[in-house]
Design a binder for this molecule. Structure first.
Ligand code: SAH
Length: 393
């Protein structure tokens, strides 16, 4: 089928020539036809030179580029990309590691497949499409995964309801594309977590904090630990291995229930753990010198650039409270998962927070996302998770 040609405004080809995989709607000069959402389109510069082929969508990210070469992204094209994603994860020891039955199999732009997220939960694969282009070929993607991973997959669930563009006419339905499964228990470095992709946030678990959870244990031996925004209790479960006490805080009741369930799965009834369904900002007001270690892993405060300033204020306020309250000689693990907040901006917020308290603060680790969430060097936005471990005197 003939693909519709999209011509960019003069100058707007530069980011494409530097292999950035997104084209914003404002960069488009004209389209020679009317693409339907999710169509493959060819992108040309203002002088009629071919630039790329990608999926079109009626959203601010108008085109997600699949290739900078004049190729046809068909089933064999996607099979090759998915094969690469699997081979890479075998290379880094994520696939085939009995200690890890939970990992990200495809990380969108980071794996050259913009708009496609695939997480693996002990046999159950959860897809999350951020583009209609991928939503339209979800069955083909599922078939490729089954073909390539055969006996390692029992079910494939598509959870794109909340992630494809709002302006789209296509309305996604969450459903199994292959097999069927009740919630499963996964193993992460020997710790167990129950994953419920249907009710959970995102695809069910924050896989991206795996290495940071492991790092946390270096600081929790015999300590009093506070896990703010605890969700499934990921950090809490690791800390419980050696801490004196662990408190999990989340404003959502289902999250608290999940954290309690995961704690029980690993430790049975253990009085060292308690959880509280309260607002994090309120909780932090009344805990002066109660905790040695505090984890701050809030939801993304900024989803768009236009709320960036407010988000940075939010990070500052939150970190200020924690820095004020932590015991002398305390440790804080502080994170931002907002894609629009850069590493520099986040660090400045923590700096401003520290300066307001006047306490001595040292950065002892600068952390990010693990290698199954690779960062495409041409797409700095794929480095979305930023964290600092700070020591507060
Ligand atoms: N740290 C978690 C992920 C956190 S997701 C992990 O490693 O898995 C963010 C969590 O913050 C959600 O569970 C959400 O319910 C909770 N949350 C959002 N706003 C909150 C608030 N004001 N106070 C407390 N919890 C909040």
């Amino acid at each position: 089928m003939e693909r519709i040609k999209v011509i960019l405004k003069s100058g707007k080809e530069q980011s494409v020539r530097r292999f950035h995989p997104w084209i914003f709607s404002g960069a488009i000069k004209k389209m020679l036809g009317e693409p339907v959402e999710g169509d493959l389109v060819d992108v040309y510069d203002n002088k009629d030179a071919f630039l790329a082929v990608g999926h079109y969508a009626p959203s601010s990210i108008a085109i997600r580029i699949l290739s900078f070469e004049q190729v046809t992204p068909d089933v064999s094209f996607f099979r090759k990309k998915i094969e690469n994603a699997i081979a890479y994860r075998k290379l880094i020891g994520i696939i085939g590691n009995p200690m890890l039955t939970v990992y990200r199999l495809i990380h969108g732009e980071g794996d050259g497949l913009p708009g496609l997220i695939v997480d693996y939960y002990n046999g159950v694969v959860v897809l999350q499409m951020h583009s209609i282009g991928f939503y339209r070929i979800r069955k083909e993607i599922a078939a490729i995964l089954v073909e390539l991973m055969k006996d390692q997959i029992t079910a494939i669930y598509d959870k794109s309801d909340g992630t494809i563009p709002h302006m789209a006419e296509t309305k996604a339905v969450n459903e199994f594309l292959y097999g069927d499964s009740a919630p499963v228990v996964v193993t992460e470095y020997g710790y167990k977590f129950k994953i419920d992709w249907t009710t959970g946030q995102k695809t069910g678990f924050f896989i991206d904090q795996r290495e940071n959870r492991k790092l946390l244990m270096e600081f929790t031996e015999g300590k009093k630990v506070l896990n703010m925004f605890g969700y499934t209790g990921g950090f809490s479960v690791y800390a419980m291995k050696n801490a004196a006490l662990v408190h999990t805080v989340d404003s959502s009741f289902p999250a608290i229930e999940l954290a309690n369930e995961n704690m029980k799965l690993n430790y049975g009834d253990d009085a060292r753990h308690e959880s509280f369904q309260v607002d994090a900002f309120d909780y932090l007001n009344h805990i002066k010198d109660q905790y040695d270690v505090i984890i701050l892993d809030p939801p993304a405060f900024a989803k768009h650039h236009n709320v960036l300033a407010n988000a940075l204020q939010g990070y500052k306020r939150l970190n200020m409270k924690a820095i004020e309250q932590v015991k002398p000689g305390g440790i804080i693990f502080t994170f931002s998962c907002s894609q629009v907040v850069t590493k520099e901006n986040f660090r400045k917020s923590v700096f401003a927070a520290a300066a307001n308290t006047g306490r001595s603060v040292r950065i002892i680790h600068q952390i990010s996302q693990p290698p199954d969430h690779p960062v495409n060097i041409y797409h700095p936005e794929s480095e979305y998770l930023k964290g600092l471990v700070i020591y507060v005197e």
